[in-house]
Design a binder for this molecule. Structure first.
Ligand code: SAM
Length: 221
């Protein structure tokens, strides 16, 4: 497995490893009910036959295993800054029987070279699921993710929204709880998505899901 984390990302990598060293063992079970919109994103990826799919912030590989099942001819790639999470991702790819068409790499989402990491210049589909809310320089990660989408391809994002149509007590409680896990819902996610898409000559669509619990964006090249 390739590993490329520049010195600038080392502190964040350590924080993520510390957070996930134990949590990764219960991650899929505990996140099932509150990382909403992930299965919908996978359904809507529309991977072309034999196409390539990269998940940025692949975590335990839960999503990538489902992508593999839904798109049996897809070539799969996943990167994460946490070596601990990547241990789980490797196990899950083997359990799903898709390790032969999967490459995993350790890298910082804000600055990675897909050619050096995976031997690929770009991907037909790139997705980022509940990771931008954990990446300090999430705007750089967004720019970088779009830059590795091949022409005709798309970038898909799902993350916490602003819970704009949910009661204030719920929003306050959720925010306080998420903060304990280094998670900050990005208030200006949609504005930044529009900005980055425009700067790279692409087209963006944004929408709120589940009364703003989650936000979703798609950028097409
Ligand atoms: C909440 S988890 C989401 C995992 C998975 N995408 C999912 O939907 O279940 C966030 C993931 O982002 C990773 N991550 C955080 N900062 C990162 C960075 N700068 N570069 C790459 N991965 C990062 C974490 O290690 C963690 O695996």
């Amino acid at each position: 497995m390739a590993s490329r984390v520049e010195p600038g990302g080392a502190d964040h990598a350590r924080a993520m490893d510390a957070q996930y060293a134990l949590q990764r063992h219960v991650y899929d079970l505990t996140r099932k009910y509150y990382l909403l919109g992930r299965d919908r994103l996978i359904r809507e990826l529309g991977v072309p036959a034999g196409g390539s799919v990269l998940e940025v912030g692949v975590g335990t590989g839960r999503n990538l295993a489902l992508v593999a099942r839904r798109y049996p001819q897809a070539r799969l790639f996943g990167l994460d800054i946490s070596a601990e999470m990547l241990k789980s991702a490797r196990v899950n790819m083997v359990r799903a029987g898709v390790e032969g068409r999967t490459l995993l790499g350790r890298a910082d989402a804000t600055a990675f070279d897909p050619q050096a990491l995976f031997g690929e210049p770009g991907f037909d589909r790139v997705f980022v699921s509940y990771s931008l809310s954990m990446i300090p320089d999430w705007q750089a990660a967004l720019r970088q993710a779009l830059s590795v989408v091949e022409p005709g391809g798309s970038l898909h994002i799902v993350d916490f929204g602003q819970q704009e149509a949910l009661p204030a007590w719920f929003r306050g409680g959720l925010r306080a709880w998420l903060a304990k896990f280094h998670v900050t819902p990005r208030e200006d996610l949609f504005e930044e998505v529009e900005r980055v898409a425009k700067a790279q000559g692409a087209h963006a669509r944004c929408r709120a899901l589940y009364r703003g619990y989650a936000w979703e964006a798609v950028i097409e090249r």
